[in-house]
Design a protein around this ligand. Sequence first.
Ligand code: PHE
Length: 316
Amino acid sequence: MLQEKIKKIESLEELQELYASVFGKNGTMTMRLKDMKNLSNDERAELNRENTELRELFKSRQTKIENTVLNAALAGQKLDVSLNAEPKNRGTIHPLTQSLYEISKILESFGYTRHTGPEIEDDWHNFTALNTPSYHPARDMQDTFFLPNGNVMRTQTSAIQVRTMETQGVPIKMFGIGSTYRKEMDATHGPMFGQIEGLYIDKDITLSDLVGDIRAFLKRFFNLDNVDLRIRPSYFPFTEPSIEVDMKWNGEKWLEIMGAGMVHPNVLRNCGVDPDKYQGFAFGFGWDRLAMLKYNLPDLRDLYGNDIRWLKSCGF
Ligand code: PHE
């Protein structure tokens, strides 16, 4: 039966063919409609009904086939947004830079402002203004790289403190940050290392303010509730008294963390500050050494090696 046949057709072409054979110029239905005048009223009504039914059947079959074709096409192109994307290797921030950011953030939150200076320094800013004139034996404490014109590769970021005090005067609360250079090389020293030095000068700054800030800083940086500190007397030409600060590491070893002290009156004078009115402290440490401790790294030189395999093995 024609109706059954239509319902079984799966392709538009076949449907088209069958349609033409029914409704085309010489199609079966076309012919029957032409003969209508010979039919009785009942037969006409029946033929009309059949005509309408067939047209509707073709139409609905066509829609059905078209939908099936469309759905099949869509299924082929389906985009699964829940699939994991291929991981992209973006790289990460170098551990030294990370610790630099952290240290700066902490000191800035204490009210210290950040400063930098030249890595090639003149004798005045690196030594003489820091109470270390050319005849001073303390120059030997730092194995210096001298340049032919008498300048030096900066041996300490204290030079930045001198520059900042000279230009900004006091009161001042700042830290200098940058690379420093000395002729030394072993597992905990390299010829270039990162230093940070803080300076706080005002009318009534004392050594206990210094210890308070250092303690607060170390607690924040190492994320500790408490730190055990040991204050040892030391010597630096630019501080008097001078101290060295050790920190108890993992509850067992004492580690030397930084040098510090009350700024020597000669240094204040050299920077145009009256030591009878102002006083304050300075502290300095290697920020790469702090990074080594924080990230548990055995050899400082690795930090500067830029060996991608080493960086990956550390999880950076
Ligand atoms: N500049 C000293 C050094 O490089 C560290 C230091 C800074 C000590 C400030 C005391 C005060 O060893």
